[in-house]
Design a protein around this ligand. Sequence first.
Ligand code: AMP
Ligand code: ZN
Length: 460
Amino acid sequence: MSLSFYNTLTRNKEPFHEMKKGEVRIYTCGPTVYNYAHIGNWRSFIFSDLLRRYLKYKGYDVVHVMNLTDVDDKTIRDSKKEGISLKKFTERYTKYFFDDMDALNIERVEYYPKATESINEMIAITKRLLDKGIAYKTEDGIYYDVSKFNGYGKLSKIKFEGLKAGVRVKKDEYEKESANDFALWKAYDKADGDVFWETELGKGRPGWHIECSAMSMKFLGQSFDIHTGGIDLIFPHHENEIAQSEGYSEKPFVKYWLHAEHLLVNGEKMSKSKGNFFILKDVLGKGYSPKAVRYELMATHYRQKLNFTFEALDASENAIKRFREFLIKLKAVKGKEDNPKIDSMIKDAKDEFEAAMDDDLNISGGLAAVFNFMSEINKAEISRKDALKAFNLMMEFDKVLGILEFKDEKVPKEIMDLVKRRDQARKDKDWVLADKLRDAIKDNGYVVDDTAEGSFVKKN
Ligand code: AMP
Ligand code: ZN
């Protein structure tokens, strides 16, 4: 089977064909940097990471853009509340975002444009929309006239009766499923404080939706392969992105729209406004490992709702332990006799993994392939050489999953306990015990170096 994705635009699973041979261009709506991202946000970013990693595993060159929304209603509101500049305020949360992203082993994408650095592109789009009569000017800003865009509603499938002159909304976020004319450019309002640009459109600032049209087209061109985000962005944000971009370029904006379902708490969407959220620090502070958090947020198919519980996180912690123990076991295999079936076992596991992942990133199937492989190897008699092959396959799977090898991994507590016990044994001059503990540490994949400053432990 070939790679296919469920496309929100057509509400169908479709075979994936890249637009430019061998290359996939992706745009992911990034964070609004006005607070810590919660783990619901992280679920959607881990989904886009999985997508990116799998496309790379399949051999595509990936050009991936994730914007940083560093000017909008929320960033302005909260920086003012704190009495610091918008720049300082958003830089703080941008840094936290990258810290968490690294902790969760999310790969860095190619570009992280900031909205405040693409104002000229937003002005250019707005100007052309004005010239074409698709946008109009009022006292409080420039608005997109949704009745002028034929395809308005094609992503969200909302039927806008008649599409008469719409009601205007200036706010970035609105729920109402009606054809509102939305703000491309917001004329200066004193509530914006010192956040404004003096431009040919007048003094003011951009609306949120135009930011993503400008940044995606700037880095990926007027038509590109994949656009992702959480399902709450389908309307109005992505609907408006299409209207702006296609109104401007008269070309199809995006070929495949992929949307991730929400992370829930007690059946409700995790969200800042409801207050029912956890940030990553909260969860790690309870002693959970970032690997388990990544696993938990990744292991349910991205188009299914996922209810967050600490019991489920415990189970993910166990799954991670199984992986770790399996790798440790492989490293310790000493057998000399090669198993004639090893190559076919590896091929079958790879085929099963790819068949599942090709099917709209069916992660449960993908993980089942990995677990089956582990239990088969556990049952088989294998040689040192076979073990190495199995280990390499696990590392290949991990290029997609990102749960085995973390970049700046801390030494696990169990290992540190062994190191401390060994230090004590050395102090007590109990060399036999000290050597035994050194071996135990080594069997777990770590080595200790004894130096004048004390003993240091690192990965073997
Ligand atoms: P924001 O920083 O609010 O713009 O959101 C960043 C991303 O997180 C967007 O793609 C949202 O759709 C997504 N998101 C927000 N809440 C959740 C949730 N509870 N579960 C999954 N994704 C979410
Ligand atoms: Zn966006």
